[in-house]
Design a protein around this ligand. Structure first.
Ligand SMILES: *Cc1c(COP(=O)(O)O)cnc(C)c1O
Length: 344
């Protein structure tokens, strides 16, 4: 039994999802003729109380399209230094949008108006024009930390007053909603753009949807074409997304329980110095003095547990749809009994 905790992207479609895909009604989506893609876009837009949606191959593409929609060359984007849009999208902000980035250093990547406000440039010919703030929910590098709406609202107010757009990288937004008990429908009013991934915790093989106003999505559709992201009979993939929304959101709570159990086990072993509080499906921990993350990952691999070293001192485990309670029990057995020798 291989227990793959590297990422929630490793899930395989189950039979129900495959059946939904194979029976999808499709057409040429670049011609606007794929009913299933339209259905997915409308469904998600309605869930978040946004006007429209755009189905794209990846969350990197939905984020980068949004940034291009909301900035002009020479503008500046404000985000946390851990942000996926900055760190893990291959420098796409500079490449696609010719914008600079102002990085903040927030606790677990959760931004506040107090952190953002001093970093908004006043109008001055020397300064880049601050035009966009990007939040991430949940924060991947923050160990799956999530925002409450009460934290988002004052950021929205600040952006409104200062004339900045607000984008949400919601790759794991349904994990955040599951953890906080808040409603997707409450999100629409705060954001100009929301990117939702179907291929993470929701278990679809491919796809993300960008949500926004009709005007934003019209502009985004043109940018998607220029990025090479216009797909033809994409309804086969969109059907997996619809299936995921209908069947897999309620399963996220189990992933969170599993992650907490892993976190508790890791808190009690001598080769771990500390575990970030587990709020959702991501467990990030710091290894003890003298322990090398890569070495620890290797030892886990020998026990059939795959995870990732994510920094000079950190290791990450992510739970998902294809991880059962039995697998978690087995992983915990191994975590508790693993012998790790410190070597300098
Ligand atoms: C995975 C992820 C994305 C999108 O990644 P793709 O692999 O391009 O779909 C965006 N933001 C965050 C925080 C992510 O974890």
């Amino acid at each position: 039994m291989k227990i793959d905790l590297r990422s929630d992207t490793v899930t395989r479609p189950d039979q129900g999802m495959l059946d939904a895909m194979m029976s999808a009604k499709v057409g040429d989506d670049v011609f606007g003729e794929d009913e299933t893609v339209k259905q997915l876009e409308h469904k998600l837009a309605a869930m978040f109380h946004m006007e429209a949606g755009l189905f794209c191959p990846s969350g990197t593409m939905t984020n980068q399209i949004a940034i291009k929609c909301f900035t002009s060359p020479m503008d500046e984007v404000i985000c946390d230094q851990t942000a996926h849009v900055y760190r893990y999208e291959r420098g796409g902000i500079a490449y696609h949008s010719m914008a600079s980035v102002r990085l903040l250093n927030a606790e677990r990547g959760i931004l506040t108006p107090e952190l953002i406000e001093p970093e908004i440039n006043e109008e001055n010919i020397h300064y880049p024009h601050s035009s966009l703030v990007v939040l991430e929910n949940t924060v991947n590098k923050g160990g799956g930390a999530c925002y409450r709406l009460a934290q988002i609202e004052p950021i929205h107010t600040l952006c409104n007053i200062k004339g900045l757009k607000l984008h949400l990288d919601g790759a794991r937004i349904f994990n955040a909603l599951t953890a906080t008990g808040e409603q997707a429908s409450a999100y629409g009013r705060y954001f100009d753009g929301i990117s939702v991934c179907l291929s993470k915790g929701l278990g679809a093989p491919v796809g993300s949807v960008l949500l926004g106003s009709k005007e934003t999505i019209k502009k985004a559709t043109g940018i998607r074409k220029a990025f090479g992201g216009g797909m033809r009979q994409a309804g086969f993939l969109a059907a997996a997304g619809i299936y995921a929304l209908d069947h897999n959101i309620t399963k996220l709570a189990a992933d969170h329980r599993h992650a907490r159990a892993l976190g508790d086990a890791l808190s009690g072993v001598n080769y771990v110095a500390s575990v970030l509080p587990v709020e959702t499906n991501i467990v990030v921990f710091e290894v003890a003095e003298g322990v090398k993350p890569a070495h620890l990952v290797q030892l886990f691999a020998e026990k059939g547990i795959a995870c990732n070293a994510t920094g000079p001192k950190t290791v990450r485990m992510v739970t998902h749809l294809n991880i059962s309670s039995e697998m978690i029990d087995r992983a915990i057995e191994n975590i508790i009994h693993l012998q790790v020798s410190a070597h300098k």
